[in-house]
Write a protein that binds this ligand. Structure first.
Ligand SMILES: [Zn+2]
Length: 180
């Protein structure tokens, strides 16, 4: 018993050397969406080799594996990460990684819906509810290809509750039941 206690104390006092886990960076607003992904046989994984190849990538969705990959190390190593409002890198990382998860979840919903162009809404609808500048879109579309699906993902990435609703609507019956 004493031996066990000593061991437990040593472990408790040992310097923390664990790698950064994406889950530690998720804000509580995105946890229901995160859990829903796993409930519907999607997975979230971090730092696959692809992230190494392009340090600008924050995350991507790979439909073949129903997987959302988050490039946590890329984000943490980004020199631009930091004091947006004076509260430090950790808070910024939390904000950005949570947003990345929601963004990639939008791509999962787009895939679930099953349209060829990976969109949820018709273009005239998304144009009306727009409201972000073109710069972020341009940066991303360089390596994403589909500008309209990116546009939707950027529109929706700040609204995890809405994305959860869309996810529940389109991703629970399996892919391609909803093509219109
Ligand atoms: Zn995207």
């Amino acid at each position: 018993m004493t031996k066990f206690l000593v061991l437990a104390m040593m472990l408790a006092l040992a310097p923390v050397s664990r790698a950064d886990t994406y889950i530690d960076f998720l804000s509580k607003e995105v946890i229901p969406l995160h859990d829903k992904l796993f409930e519907t046989n999607f997975v979230v994984s971090q730092d696959p080799p692809m992230c190494e190849k392009n340090k600008l990538i924050r995350g991507f969705f790979y439909s073949k594996y129903r997987a959302i990959y988050l490039c946590v190390q890329n984000l943490l190593e980004d020199p631009r990460l930091g004091d947006v409002d004076g509260s430090g890198k950790e808070k910024d990382a939390r904000f950005q990684l949570s947003r990345t998860l929601v963004h990639e979840a939008v791509h999962a919903v787009q895939w679930c819906k099953g349209r060829d162009d990976w969109t949820l809404f018709d273009h005239d609808v998304t144009k009306r509810i727009g409201g972000f500048g073109g710069s972020a879109l341009d940066k991303s579309s360089k390596y994403q290809g589909n500008e309209r699906s990116e546009y939707e993902a950027y529109l929706l990435e700040n609204d995890p509750a809405l994305v959860l609703d869309l996810f529940s609507l389109y991703c629970t019956l399996g892919r391609g039941n909803y093509v219109d």
